[in-house]
Design a protein around this ligand. Structure first.
Ligand SMILES: C[S@@+](CC[C@H](N)C(=O)[O-])C[C@H]1O[C@@H](n2cnc3c(N)ncnc32)[C@H](O)[C@@H]1O
Length: 242
């Protein structure tokens, strides 16, 4: 018997469809920075719709929170507040706006903590309902990857799989590889005061392999050893420690 207690989610009650539709339609004309510019995918879902739908599936609807919102009027006011978050969240300009994203993530965490409290007596509560750890997300038919990408953006540990190897490659490029470069980005910010603008060091070629790519290499500390950093105009590649 399933002993899990769940509250009604926002998506089961209402969504600000006009805002989601408008943002989804507008995305079709975005030609810079959108995953559609990475690779063609036939049934690609708009990022705005994926982001809104994920948010609304993870956040409780106020009608099922009588202890916090006892009257219909209070419930509507709270729902309107959540709609405002969605309306901001779906805008293309806010795709990397950490203030807007963090507001949405905070609502998701709040609903998750409520779920954990509701299920604290569940026989597997310690494993399944840790208020400090959001559940991981898996899209087994990920295709162009819009849904796992947005799940990751909303703070979930995200997994994608697909029968089609092209889809797997797209998802690797969007969901698996970029987070690894977060560390490299931090590292490059640290070395920037030393090397200055990457363009200014282009002539400092130290290996033929590197020269082919028209970039410079540096030896820098890496996990207690030394590693090569290759710096170019449009890309940064970190070799293994050696
Ligand atoms: C409609 S697409 C998914 C679109 C995706 N949600 C997006 O946003 O781009 C369905 C995907 O399911 C995959 N698929 C179909 N049968 C599958 C199976 N048995 N196992 C894994 N993936 C499968 C297809 O390769 C296709 O990429």
């Amino acid at each position: 018997m399933d002993q899990t207690k769940t509250r009604k989610k926002l998506i089961e009650v209402a969504l600000p469809l006009d805002a989601i539709n408008a943002a989804s339609a507008r995305e079709k004309s975005i030609r810079h920075g959108h995953p559609s510019t990475l690779h063609l995918w036939w049934a690609r879902r708009p990022l705005a719709a994926a982001r809104a739908v994920l948010f609304a599936q993870l956040v409780d609807d106020p009608s099922d929170l009588p202890e916090e919102f006892p009257t219909e009027e209070e419930q509507k006011k709270e729902r309107d507040r959540l709609f405002e978050i969605i309306e901001e969240l779906v805008l293309w300009e806010n795709t990397t706006n950490e203030i807007v994203l963090e507001k949405a993530r905070a609502e998701i965490r709040k609903s998750w903590r409520r779920t954990c409290a509701d299920n604290c007596n569940h026989p597997r509560a310690a494993e399944l309902f840790d208020p400090e750890k959001l559940p991981a997300f898996h899209d087994p038919f990920a295709g162009g990857g819009a849904i796992p990408l947005e799940a990751q953006r909303l703070g979930l540990e995200s997994y994608a799989s697909d029968l089609n190897p092209v889809a797997v490659l797209i998802n690797k490029a969007m969901i698996e590889i970029p987070p690894k470069f977060g560390e490299l980005y931090t590292l490059l910010r640290k070395i920037q005061p030393v090397v200055g603008n990457p363009l200014s060091v282009v002539t400092n070629r130290r290996s033929s392999r590197c020269a082919n790519f028209h970039c410079a290499s540096f030896r820098i500390p890496c996990d207690g050893q030394e590693g090569n950093v290759f710096v170019g105009k449009y890309y940064y590649v970190l070799s293994t420690c050696a």
